[in-house]
Design a protein around this ligand. Sequence first.
Ligand code: GLC
Ligand code: CA
Length: 561
Amino acid sequence: MSRKQWNDKVVYQIYPKSFLDTNGDGIGDLRGIISKLDYLKDLGIDMIWLSPIYKSPFVDQGYDIADYYAIAEEFGTMEEFDKLLAEAKKRDIQIIMDLVINHCSDQHEWFQKALADPEGEYADYFFFREGKDGNPPNNYRSYFGGSCWEPVPGTNKYYFHMFAKEQPDLNWENPKLRQELYDMINWWLEKGVAGFRIDAIINIKKDPTFPDFEPDGADGLTGCWRMVESVDGVGDLLEDLKKHTFQKYDAFTVGEVFNMRDEELAEFIGEDGHFSTIFDFCAHNLSDGEHGWYDAPPLNFQRWREAIVNSQLEIQNCGYEANIIENHDEPRGVSRFLPEYARTPAGAKMLGTVSILLRGIPFIYQGQEIGMQNAVWNSIEEYDDISTKDQYRIAREAGLSEKEALEVCGRMSRDNARTPVQWDAGEHAGFTEGTPWIKVNPNYKEINVTDQENDPDSVLNYYRRLIAVRKSPEYKEVFASGKFVPVFENTESVMAFYRVDAHKRILLAANFGKETTTLKLEYPMKKVILSNQGSVNIDTSEHAGNTLTLRSCEVVVLDCE
Ligand code: GLC
Ligand code: CA
């Protein structure tokens, strides 16, 4: 797909396990997704990204793949997947899969064969290295905590894993392994998927000498991302991947890329970039703590605005990024980016408007369109997420009380976004007739799809209008390709920008503050395109000049001269 074919699309991320269960086992499934395609069509969705649905032991919720060619039984069958593809196609909706190829599951046949014969050819699909004086080969800490090295039973070797020990890293230096992956990718593309969201992809390039780095924590280890930042050559691997797969099928690709070197942006998303696009995590990175979630800095509106503005200005020099508020790894945006007084339907609409009308491809995460929020968790046992358990441990070891550590997880946990979609006010929010695999957010009686269907003013119906505006024949072009120009950057609580092309100048202005604020408009307004609080207060009288007054949590989108 050329840029022109995807830069006006709106994408929806489904986390299948929590979307909709149709057989009462408490786990969302493919049939659940099929039954909601009309709902997604109605919302204005062009493309669905499915979080992993492959066969997996679910140590990391499917990001640990045991068979790339099989559908997890929990989710359904290959026939049901084919049906999903066909039904989506009927509605002009494309499907992209999650591609997890930095690592696989320790249950994958390749790894099982490698363990059975640590000197054999499959060991070279992974990184097997000898220990140093009875210790692991080096001092890297995995993303989920603890050493990156796990002993290979019956040997003096260790295998390398950047995530959980059940997720051994694949050796991309081995051409045989690469070919196996390319064949698999092409197999899915032949089936008719439109492309992939590509997981943790920057990590595929290893420094095969695995040098030690200065320890950065009390455990004496160092974050494995340091190797990612220091090693050269990931671009060659990514080009090889693209050339043998995506390029041949004109596929859409969105990379999950952290720790990229700034100067390499164009190589990643430029005209001939490694990917169609990558996610913009600039706002999410603001809450990176030095040692973990527990020392994450609190969100500050000005820093958030500045991060987004700078990122938009940078990206438009070379390509497009994918804009998100939340995903399956991040807390709910309403709870994270909005102050307490703004965690309301008006606030959810305001935040959504900013995200969806920025320059880039909007990705909406399931439940975002009804303004779902973080859950309230009462004990660490209620959590499922492997990373949350690690972060809880880190917080406790750093001296936080149980209550404090839980509070941190309550704010930051990945499980906040993984609670079931709230379909109605009935039992288990209409997600399942059985027992949900993870608890439902108790606020489902106030926040659910069915109630919002019936309320013209709901967050859901607002999202429908918002997406329709973005895709309308009149404004499609300017929202897809128009330049991003920030404005009112010195106004304390206002996030505002223009989207501009040769034909249109659109102003978006949002008041994140608690108090009403008045802005002096630079251009006369032609038309109100969208507003989240009814009538728009513009005063063009002589004494006022041309001013716009915004209530707290008000957002307006104006077509200007
Ligand atoms: C990505 C996924 C995350 C997963 C990790 C390891 O960051 O989004 O859910 O845990 O990769 O595959
Ligand atoms: Ca099910």
